[in-house]
Design a protein around this ligand. Structure first.
Ligand code: 0A1
Ligand code: ZN
Length: 866
């Protein structure tokens, strides 16, 4: 059993390892219950480390079968073996070879960390600290080694054997077994190690790098599903091309393999040359995958591939530096997707997800700096803050120094740190070197938790033809100011005012590096509306009071698509928080004009303008006493009103976008048309549920792809009645053999905003396709409920909290990582109104009372309750 609050590991306590491991030779004999791992570790004392330290190797859930040192036994008095690892009290102070034989049970490994089996396929997950569940090791990212891996298995059970690096040799072993040897010439930390063994089908192609290397790229999937792997393979090739073009980065091995597995704790993993994926982010055909799925596959394939440089060639010195690889790689995958799709539409999507996940995290008990300075369980720090706010910091850096200097800085970073385990300081140093600038004030973004507020107010002087803008930054924790790039412009009655000048603004950007500043714009011919934080130039909350009329001018006239969208969001948000029929009518009219003018010119953008702020966003904008029912009702009323007011236009849009019989294509333009048509359907249904249900039923029957089918089902699902139950039943039967589609079906039902949803979830937990051991299933049913059904999760009677708490308790002993992540749904509990707050606290305390909680859950719980 663990202590109540798990002990903290601190950044300030970082010390280099006392030993290094230059070479690792592994021999892995796969077996369902008794896999044997022989590891030969070529160790030597680290000249930078403590010369007198014992040798401690991390271990977790291992059976030690044998150990010898330079071919001789280890004296029992010299060796201590504990659950957390083994210690050699008097290790040699010269290079030596330690040989270890361990045994593990891949089938019993429900944590999905280390070596495990899913649907009969052996695979591994080693980030952050899973390698220690395979053999005893210096399991820390600053210990980098060259690996050679021999894998042996039953030929029937595992005809495909994959490892890191390049294949070296393969052959039979006796009657029914075989082996393969893989060698990875690039030194890497243990968290990037991987093997796969199983019965797998593949699609493959070749890519010639700009350096002239021919790379065989393959995507491995469950046999029979090869036709669903083509889009992922294509995304691999596009990622390789793009990284050469955009960052000058070429691939560095002869093979690049992607393997899809069905049970995986996260999205995917960038193991060197052998990326392992949650199959949700690989498999796609139009009948089972939505446009959003295709976009996510493209983005995650790119993300993992880009890690080959930002993460693998240059890795992290310690886990506090996680944002060094994750924030940077998210930034890179965002840029890739923006180039593949519509940049403004993609940017809006990035910001929506930042606000949905990162802003609440940064405002609640789980908030932490982008580079944390202490952690109890590192697996709990793969957060929206590290990933998404981390990416925003890189984006701000580019805005601050400009695109050309940014690229030069990236080149410098890769050149200076290739083959090493680096820090955030190393990253910033590269940019400081190429620009000659002092970036120490900018670096505060990595240290300071909380979302800053940017407050703005303006004054127009018609006589002087000047406009004075006052900007101030308000931080959530005290300290020196942040460096905030504010992209801005002024908008007149006819559009952007291009004749105005302001000495403090360069290329449309003002850098706010003081607590406050006053900007004076000259030659301002009429009273302007300020357009601030264009393209969301910094991850802050903007506090600028404008009238609806002024905001609607931005929607109609601003040149910045992001702020046009933001203006509509702001008007809608005010109407949700403070309903007003007259203002709602004016808003509807403005939306009507917008739709008439350009809905069909950029349908994807129009669909985003029609998507009102979510209930979660509305809750996040309130300081306390959040009542999810009131928010839900207000948002529903507003949508109903808009749906009625815009009905003829929505029907026209629907009609003009109804696709003929052309084949489905996942490209962004086609997806945009589907998005707008489905947004129109949903808004029609909001205004007239009866007509909406009928129309959605028709759409469901006529749909030729999963995007349209699921959108129609989602619309019907929120309208009580027989049509809904019939549609849900038919969909469930149609896709009974498709786990990833059933996940969508689970999620749609879990997010019905009605009290009966709890019974529905209880029934679905007993559905044959549901399983507590598959993370995708759990996230689909329970994760969607807790994250996207605020009225039912946060019910005043506590039943929604209890449902999630029970799953957390049940899952904790088998898969603590997934249990802990589910528990983060309670992150905003203190901001709820009193009854709900009391109910949440009671459930959290019930979890706390469970003896022997995992470190993962105890850590989240401790911080959530603090
Ligand atoms: N590095 C991966 C994320 C990842 C982290 C931990 C994992 O353990 C289960 C798996 C994956 C990424 O950024 O994609
Ligand atoms: Zn990543």
């Amino acid at each position: 059993m663990r202590t109540e609050t798990p002990p903290l590991i601190r950044l300030e306590d970082y010390r280099p390892s006392a030993f290094l491991i230059d070479r690792v030779d592994l021999d892995i004999r796969l077996d369902p219950h008794a896999a044997r791992i022989t590891a030969e570790l070529a160790l030597r004392p680290n000249p930078e480390g403590d010369a007198d330290a014992p040798l401690h190797l991390d271990g977790d859930d291992l059976t030690l079968v044998a150990i010898d040192l330079d071919g001789a036994g280890v004296a029992p008095g010299d060796l201590t073996v504990e659950p957390s690892g083994l210690t050699l009290r008097n290790p040699p102070r010269r290079p030596f070879v330690l040989r270890l034989v361990t045994q593990v049970d891949p089938t019993a490994n429900t944590k999905l960390m280390g070596l495990y089996r899913t649907d009969g396929v052996y695979c591994t997950q080693c980030e952050a600290d899973g390698f220690r569940r395979i053999t005893y090791f210096l399991d820390r990212p600053d210990v980098m080694s060259v690996y050679t891996t021999r894998i042996e298995a039953n030929r029937e059970e595992a005809p495909v054997l994959l490892g890191n690096g390049n294949p070296v040799e393969a052959g039979p072993v006796g009657e029914d077994r075989h082996y393969a040897v893989w060698h990875d010439p690039h030194p890497k930390p243990a968290y990037l190690f991987a093997i796969v063994g199983g019965r797998l089908g593949k699609v493959e192609t070749t890519f010639r790098t700009m350096e002239g290397r021919d790379v065989t790229c393959a995507v491995y999937v469950e046999p029979g599903r090869e036709d669903r792997a083509g889009y992922a393979l294509d995304a691999v090739i596009r990622s390789m091309e793009w990284d050469e073009r955009a960052f000058g980065r070429a691939y560095d091995l002869d093979v690049f393999n992607v393997v899809a597995v069905s049970a995986f704790n996260m999205g995917a993993m960038e193991n060197k040359g052998l990326n392992i994926f949650n199959d949700k982010y690989v498999l796609a055909v139009p009948d089972t995958a939505t446009d959003a799925d295709y976009a996510a596959i493209e983005a995650i394939i790119a993300h993992e591939y880009f890690h080959n440089w930002s993460g693998n060639r240059v890795t992290c010195r310690d886990w506090f530096q996680l944002c060094l690889k994750e924030g940077l790689t998210v930034f890179r995958d965002q840029e890739f997707s923006s180039d593949m799709r519509s940049r403004p539409v993609h940017r809006i999507g990035e910001v929506r997800s930042l606000r949905a996940r990162q802003f609440p995290e940064d405002a609640g008990p789980l908030k932490h700096p982008v580079r944390p300075n202490a952690y109890a369980e590192i697996n709990n720090f793969y957060t929206a803050t590290v990933y998404d706010k981390g990416a925003e910091i890189v984006r701000m850096l580019r805005t601050l120094i400009g695109g050309a200097a940014f690229r030069a800085g990236m080149d410098r970073y890769f050149a200076d740190n290739d083959g090493t385990a680096a820090t955030v300081e190393d990253f910033l140093a590269a940019f400081a070197t190429v620009t000659g600038r002092d970036l120490s004030a900018f670096a505060r973004w990595y240290e300071r938790p909380g979302t800053p507020k940017l407050s703005a107010s303006g004054r127009y002087d018609p006589a002087a033809r000047t406009y004075t803008l006052r900007l101030a930054q308000i931080l959530t924790v005290e300290g020196p100011p942040l460096v905030i790039p504010v992209a801005l412009g002024l908008v007149g009655a006819k559009g952007p005012m291009t004749d105005v000048t302001c000495a403090a603004v360069t290329d449309g950007v003002f850098i706010l590096d003081r607590d406050e500043a006053e900007l004076v714009f000259e030659n301002v011919a009429e009273e302007p509306v300020p357009s601030l934080l264009r393209d969301f130039s910094a991850p802050v909350r903007l506090d600028l009071s404008l009238t609806d009329e002024q905001r609607l001018r931005l929607l109609a006239r601003d040149s910045d698509p992001f702020n046009r969208w933001q203006a509509a969001q702001d008007v809608a948000m005010r109407l949700i928080l403070d309903p007003d029929p007259a203002r709602a009518e004016a808003f509807a009219e403005a939306l009507g004009t917008f739709l008439d003018g350009e809905a069909l010119a950029d349908p994807a953008f129009a669909a985003l303008v029609l998507a009102l702020p979510t209930e979660g966003e509305a809750a996040d904008s309130l300081p306390s006493d959040v009542d999810p029912d009131a928010i839900h009702q207000a948002r529903r009323d507003l949508r109903a009103r808009l749906g009625r007011a815009l009905r003829p236009r929505l029907e026209r849009i629907d009609a003009s976008l109804s696709s003929g019989k052309e084949a489905y294509s996942p490209d962004a333009a086609s997806a945009g048309r589907r998005a707008l048509r489905n947004a129109a359907l949903d808004l029609i249904a909001a205004g007239d549920p009866q007509a909406g249900a009928a129309l959605a039923t028709q759409r469901l029957d006529a749909a030729t792809n999963m995007t349209d089918r699921l959108a129609a089902l989602a619309t019907i699902a929120q309208i009580p009645g027989e049509a809904r139950e019939a549609a849900l039943t038919a969909f469930g039967e149609r896709y009974a053999q498709e786990p990833l589609v059933l996940d969508k079906w689970f999620a749609i039902q879990a997010t019905i905003a009605e009290p009966e949803t709890l019974d529905r979830i209880a029934r679905l937990k007993a559905h044959p396709a549901f399983s507590m051991t598959n993370p995708n299933r759990v996230r689909a049913l329970v994760g969607s409920f807790s994250m996207a059904n605020p009225t039912q999760f946060a019910r005043a009677d506590g039943a929604g909290f209890a449902l999630v708490a029970d799953v957390v308790k049940a899952l904790d002993s088998t898969n603590p990582q997934v249990a802990a992540r589910l528990l983060t749904a309670f992150g905003s509990w203190r901001r709820l109104e009193k009854n709900r707050r009391v109910a949440a606290a009671e459930m959290l305390n019930r979890i706390k009372a469970v003896p022997g909680l995992s470190r993962d859950v105890a850590d989240i719980l401790g911080r959530t309750l603090k």
